[in-house]
Design a protein around this ligand. Structure first.
Ligand code: G
Ligand code: G
Ligand code: NA
Ligand code: MN
Length: 253
């Protein structure tokens, strides 16, 4: 596959970039953090989707490099914001196989030290399917990350076949309700019921809940009625290059 070699060059030539999507309070749209999302603009093929290049990275031994690149970018921005007087929480997506890498927690600890960012400002997002793979293999890594003080979030929640009961046994801090349910909740009573159930139970377990894929004012109102506190979606902002994120944030205050 041509993309494999191209990805190697992409790292060296700066074709990879990180975009930042705001997470906001649903009550007053205050910025509470950003999700880091990798982007690759291929010189001839144009934008390659993250699904595609994450798969290429996994199959060509470049996954650690990709993850470290995104972590470094996010931590650098977080540190810069702290120097400017604001704490910026950053969230980075992990692949399932990173969760079974016994060296990963040490790498995270080293990077937090290098960038001098408090662990509490870093959230690692793991998909429900990745963390609940039917085995307990990811749990030691999750525990070690938690012991560092890093926050853990279960992404795309509701799409896997794990139960809310299983969620309670995981050492995680946050649940992100999958955007398919959030997008459907204004028109489909079943989706509304699912979002309601996930939000209510997560709160009873002491977990933060983020609704992803908030695209309309009506959805926002429904989420407020349910008591969901944090959201992310095109209604607030698309993922943005760092300079535009700063402008977006500047316009808020
Ligand atoms: O940004 P976008 O919606 O196109 O992202 C598509 C998918 O790619 C999402 O599921 C997102 O979590 C994933 N993704 C984006 N950046 C990264 C990354 O740096 N690492 C991993 N593993 N997945 C990522
Ligand atoms: O799987 P994950 O949650 O990491 O996916 C993140 C992706 O979701 C990003 O690539 C982002 O572009 C996309 N996304 C974020 N907000 C919205 C939204 O409101 N609507 C849609 N359709 N996609 C969104
Ligand atoms: Na994510
Ligand atoms: Mn998601």
């Amino acid at each position: 596959l041509g993309l494999a070699g191209d990805l190697r060059t992409a790292f060296d030539d700066g074709e990879l970039e990180v975009y930042y999507q705001p997470k906001v309070t649903l009550r007053d749209r205050r910025l509470v953090g950003v999700e880091c999302l990798a982007r690759w603009e291929h010189p001839t093929q144009g934008a390659v989707t993250p699904e595609d290049f994450v798969a290429v990275a996994e199959h060509t031994g470049q996954l650690d490099r990709l993850t470290e690149f995104v972590l470094r970018e996010g931590l650098r921005r977080s540190r810069d914001w702290a120097l400017g007087g604001h704490a910026l929480a950053v969230a980075v997506n992990l692949s399932a196989r990173t969760l079974i890498d016994p060296h990963f927690p040490d790498r995270v600890r080293e990077l937090l030290n290098e960038y001098d960012v408090p662990a509490q400002l870093l959230t690692l997002e793991i998909t429900e399917a990745g963390v609940l793979d039917g085995t307990d293999r990811p749990i030691p890594t999750l525990r070690r990350l938690r012991d560092l003080g890093v926050r853990l979030s279960v992404d795309d929640f509701g799409t896997g076949n794990s139960s809310l009961a299983h969620l309670r046994r995981l050492p995680v801090n946050e649940v992100k309700v999958d955007r398919s349910f959030v997008q459907g909740m204004a028109t489909d009573p079943g989706d509304l019921a699912i979002v309601n159930a996930v939000v209510t139970l997560s709160q009873q377990f002491g977990l933060a809940v983020v609704a992803e894929g908030v695209e309309s004012e009506l959805t926002l109102e429904l989420l407020q009625d349910i008591g969901c506190e944090i959201g992310q979606g095109f209604l607030f902002s698309r993922p943005l290059p760092y300079e535009r994120l700063e402008a977006w944030f500047g316009a808020q205050v």
